[in-house]
Design a protein around this ligand. Structure first.
Ligand SMILES: Nc1nc2c(ncn2[C@@H]2O[C@H](COP(=O)(O)OP(=O)(O)OP(=O)(O)O)[C@@H](O)[C@H]2O)c(=O)[nH]1
Ligand SMILES: Nc1nc2c(ncn2[C@@H]2O[C@H](COP(=O)(O)OP(=O)(O)OP(=O)(O)O)[C@@H](O)[C@H]2O)c(=O)[nH]1
Ligand SMILES: [Mg+2]
Ligand SMILES: [Mg+2]
Lengths: 287, 292
């Protein structure tokens, strides 16, 4: 539709439309289509789709040591925990993207994998945020560290670190308040939380997770860029994939910022969290 | 920026008599790309730009303005037209209880908007407004509305162990009893493709016959904005759209997509997490933001 190349086959232009409609964005789509048109020799749709999948996967980061597509994948983190290390998961992202719910899901998942897990309610800002997370912690059967609304989020994190060590947990999951990436003061607050974790649990493996709502458009690139700048992003949780959105923006972020998508959220239930499977994702996208 | 790209095009064009395919061809392409980058749905981009182009074609090029610039102005005017006549209007009747129902995807800002809208109604229409906690599903949703509502001086109607349509019906009876002039219903977030949950909204609508059914959507919504707006509109008949989180740096193209596909106006925008972070919508402001 927008390439304007007379020599594009119908298949290429259909693919371009699918990628744009899936929020891959103009630039990433054009890069992919250009490479595809160079590599593809037949116009057999199955061959074209298969090559398309390869190109997208090559552009994204798949083989991180904590990514699920690494042969040892989350088993690496699992092994670390089994060897007595603490893994601290820090959950952050823009308002409403599914952080609190994902903390509950992740706690449930780890608990069921036999990992001693602790949750920290470091969203001391939004009304009923602590109550919401407390309900999830009960459902996951995992203890929770919290303070009153309005307290310093850093203080909750500080407490949680002490608790994590004292109880010798395997995993600490820290929920934070939603924040817009263009609000400097809030981004500085997040940076401070990261510093506290680094300082108070230097021996822990820190996994910094950014939640990206699958229904978000190109603004998610700015979100990921800023969060990466202020806090550093180790992995993306692509939430609400059960919606009518495809979440292609997460692939674009992965390609641009070289960050792996680690988990996908596929619903509002406690079990609706999966290790991100890029092959399964692309199969559904291009079916 | 679009203006930089257009000035490059303008350098090539001199003294054309009227707007035609060739002297605005680059302008058309640049506008389409700019709208896509701003998250306007690609089908809406194509249709909208084609409509504007048809309309603009053959127009005499105005003195002292270059063809591509004139075309951009035509696009801008077209955007403003589609985005609606400007927000702020609500169907609040003088007698009885005006019911405003908020709907939308999960996490779009409904609960926060419920309190903001109530504040607006009280201020601008002088109606004592009841908040109705009709989301029994999300953990601590009712608590969230209760805390936010109460600290801002509102009464919040909550009922445990009851389904949303009945909660809303009972809330209206309570509102009548206590002489409220308006009620804002906070519903649970849901997917427009979730048949059961969409049926529930229809049941609420049938029970309380709202005067306004407002779709609350994130300003940063991507291509799916068309499907979402269409889904809620076809099922319920929405009366307006509220864009939340406009204090982000999202361009807000979803606004154009949703207004275009539903024919409904954007009435308000949310500009922060506080109850006063709520403004009436100005089409020209978002038109510039989208086209920037
Ligand atoms: N359909 C669907 N809904 C989800 C998913 N994850 C979260 N939600 C819903 O999205 C809404 C927001 O989730 P929260 O967990 O409160 O989001 P949050 O990022 O913690 O929000 P803030 O703390 O306010 O920034 C809730 O209604 C959740 O049930 C998902 O994977 N699919
Ligand atoms: N910055 C900013 N944040 C907002 C705005 N509106 C809502 N929020 C935040 O967005 C998050 C989600 O808002 P909610 O009101 O809980 O959204 P919801 O639609 O009720 O969510 P569900 O009930 O789970 O569907 C919260 O952190 C709010 O504070 C806004 O206009 N600007
Ligand atoms: Mg939260
Ligand atoms: Mg809500």
């Amino acid at each position: 539709i927008f390439t304007g190349k007379k020599e594009s086959t119908q298949v290429l232009s259909d693919i371009e439309e699918i990628l744009i409609a899936s929020d891959f964005g103009i630039d990433f789509t054009q890069q992919i289509i250009e490479q595809l048109s160079k590599r593809v020799v037949s116009s057999n749709p199955d061959e074209v789709i298969s090559e398309l999948k390869n190109i997208i996967k090559e552009k994204m980061v798949i083989d991180s040591e904590i990514s699920s597509n690494h042969p040892d994948s989350s088993h690496d983190l699992s092994r670390e925990m089994n060897q007595g290390s603490i893994v601290a998961y820090l959950m952050f992202g823009v308002n409403g993207t599914g952080k609190t719910t994902t903390c509950g899901k992740l706690a449930y998942k780890l608990k069921n994998e036999g990992k001693k897990t602790l949750i920290a309610a470091a969203d001391t800002h939004r009304d009923a945020a602590v109550e919401q997370l407390a309900i999830w912690s009960k459902r996951a059967n995992v203890p929770i560290i919290s303070q009153y609304q309005g307290s310093d989020p850093g203080a909750v994190v500080y407490d949680a670190c002490d608790s994590a060590r004292a109880r010798s947990v395997d995993a600490l999951i820290v929920d934070t308040a939603g924040r817009l990436h263009n609000k400097e003061r809030l981004m500085e607050e997040l940076k401070k939380i990261v510093r506290i974790l680094d300082k108070k649990l230097p021996e822990a493996k820190l996994v910094k997770l950014l939640t990206v709502d699958a229904t978000t458009g190109q603004n998610a690139i700015a979100q990921a860029t800023q969060f990466n700048e202020y806090a550093g992003v180790d992995g993306i949780v692509l939430t609400k994939l059960d919606s009518s959105a495809k979440g292609g923006i997460a692939c674009t972020i992965s390609g641009l910022l070289k960050i792996p998508i680690l988990y996908s959220g596929t619903g509002e239930g406690i079990e609706d969290l999966a290790d991100f499977d890029v092959d399964e994702y692309l199969d559904i996208l291009l079916s | 920026a679009l203006s930089e790209r257009l000035s490059g095009v303008l350098k090539k064009i001199r003294g054309w008599g009227s707007l035609n395919e060739s002297n605005i061809k680059d302008g058309i392409r640049d506008i389409k790309l700019a709208l896509l980058e701003a998250d306007v749905n690609y089908k809406v981009v194509k249709e909208f730009v084609d409509d504007v182009t048809k309309e603009a074609m053959g127009e005499k090029v105005l003195k002292s303005i270059k063809p591509a610039q004139q075309f951009t102005k035509a696009v801008y005017d077209g955007l403003v037209r589609i985005l609606g006549v400007g927000g702020g209007e609500l169907s609040i009747k003088s007698g009885g209880i005006s019911v405003l129902m908020l709907v939308g995807l999960q996490g779009s800002g409904k609960t926060t908007t419920c309190v903001k809208l109530a504040r607006w109604v009280e201020k601008n229409y002088n109606k004592k407004t009841l908040l109705v906690a009709a989301d029994p599903y999300r953990p601590a949703a009712m608590e969230q509305l209760d805390l936010l509502g109460s600290k801002n001086g509102f009464t919040v109607f909550k009922k445990e162990k009851m389904k949303p349509p009945d909660i809303c019906r009972e809330a209206l009876e309570y509102a009548k009893e206590k002489s409220f002039g308006a009620a804002v219903l906070d519903t649970a977030g849901r997917l427009e493709i979730d048949e059961q949950m969409m049926d529930e909204l229809t049941r609420i609508k049938d029970k309380v016959d709202p005067h306004e059914i407002l779709l609350v959507a994130d300003a940063a919504t991507g291509q799916v904005a068309v499907k979402v707006a269409q889904g809620f509109n076809e099922r319920l008949g929405i009366t307006g759209i509220i864009l939340s989180r406009m204090d982000s740096d999202a361009r807000g193209g979803a606004a154009l997509s949703m207004a275009y596909i539903t024919g409904k106006a954007i009435s308000f925008i949310g500009t922060g997490e506080k109850v006063d972070d709520f403004e009436k919508f100005y089409p020209d402001r978002i038109a510039s933001r989208i086209l920037d």
